[in-house]
Structures are given as structure tokens and as C-alpha cells.
Write a protein that binds this ligand. Structure first.
Ligand SMILES: Nc1ncnc2c1ncn2[C@@H]1O[C@H](COP(=O)(O)OP(=O)(O)OP(=O)(O)O)[C@@H](O)[C@H]1O
Ligand SMILES: [Mg+2]
Length: 252
């Protein structure tokens, strides 16, 4: 009986990781197992994206719900540099004593979680953050049955219109005026379209009083404008959009 249960358990563990690739380190595997029990996850499915800093996996729960699981790579030099650049000058993170790269990555994951939370609470359409542990962030899955929604970049031209543009500008206004955050990497690659837009990838987002906030904000708006302009749509000038945003100590 005991033997049978063990075999059943083992079979279950194999199922849990069936399609997760072997590039993940052992510690990450253990963490994924713990997260699975905590969140009732039955299976982690194959990665849907390998970006510069992380991989994203859909996870299916026993009752058929999906989560998006973002697993940050634990060590790359460029990652380390980026973390240093963005967390310095961000008062919320200055107190954290960063001892090694792993800790930097954990800080990065926690930062994305906190930024998502702050935006979500302010009513910005971002994936709802569910859980963060070390280099793993669990959030609402944007898409259907484990199939992710398209990025703005991937949307067919006929679906790109002024409503979408206004939606994005509204999200930007909520982000700055309510959440008091600047995205810092906003573009057609970090906007998903699923019954309206979802803003994603907010690990680098900074408070509006951050020393680089204004530069990031202008770049974000320019990126969005450039994309919609390239589709032949009318846009609002960056200067006009800036006037609708509440930015501290802005020199006119
Ligand atoms: N909540 C989510 N639900 C579904 N898919 C998601 C979700 N978050 C991210 N993705 C998918 O995973 C991709 C990578 O996510 P994200 O941009 O957060 O990571 P990244 O490592 O910064 O990637 P990149 O370097 O490509 O920007 C997205 O382009 C999107 O296709
Ligand atoms: Mg991205």
C-alpha cells in the first residue's frame, strides 16, 4: 500500500514538471514544487517565452485555472548591471543589502511583484500578482487555456485602432497619476491585447520621483506614439500627453 502511494506520488511529480526544460537549477525546481502545493498547481507547461531576463511558463491548477509563472535567470552579467542601475536611487530598495547575484535577482523579482501590486491596486490593467518567492513570480495568466494573448506587436493591422491607443494612454495615466510609477520599458513588446490591453513586464518600473523617471516616461510615450504612427493612426503629441500626467517638480 505504502509502495503504491509512493509510486503514485512519483508519477505525480513527473507530471508536475513534464514539460519544464532542464535548464532550471535544482533550487528553482524545489521552489516550483513548493509553490505547486501552495497554489494547487497540477502541471507546469512548456515555456511560452524566453526573454532577456526570464522565462514564462503557464501553470494549470487542479481546477483548470491558469497562472503565468515568470522564472528569472539566476545569473547573467547584463542582468546584474540592469538591477544595479534601476534599484539605485529607488528609495524603496536602497536599504536592501545586496550581497550577491542571486540576491539581486530575488530583489528584481520582488520588485516586479511590488510594482504589479501597486499598479493593480491603482486600477492599471496588469496581470494580478499572486505570489513571489526568490526568483519565481506567479501572476494572472493573460490568455485562454494556457494559450497566451497576442502582444500588441503581434496584432494584425486591422485590429490596431484608436481605441487601443486611447486604452494604452489611459493605462499610462493611471500608472503615473494613481500608482505613481513610470513603466520604463513600455512598447508594443510589453503590451498584451486581451479584451483591451494589459501592461506587462514591470520589473524595471520606478517611482515618479526617481531621478530617471522623466527620461523613462518620455521614452515610453515616444515608443507608443511611434508604433501607432507607423500604423498610420493619429496620435497625441508627447508634450500634450505629459500635460495630463502629474509629475513632481517638472520644469515647464
Ligand atoms: N501574465 C502573462 N500571461 C501570459 N503571457 C505572459 C504573461 N506575462 C508575460 N507573458 C508572455 O511572456 C513574454 C515575456 O514576458 P516579460 O516581457 O515579462 O519577460 P522578459 O523576460 O522581460 O521578456 P523580454 O526580454 O522578451 O521582454 C511576454 O512577451 C508575453 O508573451
Ligand atoms: Mg518583455
Amino acid at each position: 500500500m505504502l509502495e503504491k502511494r509512493k509510486i503514485e506520488k512519483r508519477r505525480k511529480d513527473e507530471d508536475l514538471f513534464k514539460v519544464v526544460d532542464s535548464t532550471l537549477d535544482p533550487k528553482t525546481y524545489v521552489n516550483l514544487e513548493n509553490i505547486a502545493s501552495r497554489l494547487d498547481i497540477e502541471t507546469y507547461l512548456g515555456s511560452i517565452s524566453s526573454g532577456k531576463e526570464a522565462k514564462i511558463y503557464p501553470a494549470r491548477t487542479y481546477d483548470g485555472k491558469y497562472y503565468a509563472v515568470k522564472i528569472y535567470y539566476v545569473s547573467t552579467a547584463s542582468h546584474k548591471r540592469a538591477v544595479e542601475r534601476y534599484t539605485l536611487g529607488d528609495q524603496r530598495f536602497e536599504k536592501i543589502k545586496i550581497s550577491n547575484t542571486r540576491q539581486l535577482i530575488y530583489t528584481w523579482a520582488r520588485k516586479e511583484f511590488k510594482n504589479l501590486k501597486r499598479m493593480h491596486e491603482a486600477g492599471v490593467r496588469v496581470p494580478e500578482p499572486i505570489y513571489v518567492y526568490e526568483n519565481i513570480l506567479v501572476m494572472q495568466f493573460i490568455g485562454e487555456n494556457g494559450v497566451r494573448a497576442p502582444l500588441l506587436k503581434e496584432l494584425p493591422d486591422e485590429e490596431i485602432d484608436n481605441n487601443l491607443y486611447s486604452d494604452i494612454i489611459s493605462q499610462l495615466q493611471l500608472m503615473v497619476n494613481k500608482a505613481k510609477l513610470v513603466h520604463g520599458d513600455l512598447s508594443e513588446y510589453n503590451i498584451m491585447v486581451y479584451d483591451g490591453v494589459y501592461i506587462i513586464d514591470v520589473s524595471q518600473s520606478v517611482p515618479i520621483d526617481h531621478e530617471n523617471a522623466m527620461d523613462f516616461l518620455i521614452r515610453d510615450i515616444n515608443n507608443v506614439n511611434r508604433f501607432f504612427e507607423s500604423k498610420g493612426l493619429s496620435i497625441i503629441d508627447t508634450e500634450e500627453i505629459l500635460k495630463t500626467l502629474e509629475i513632481p517638480n517638472r520644469e515647464e
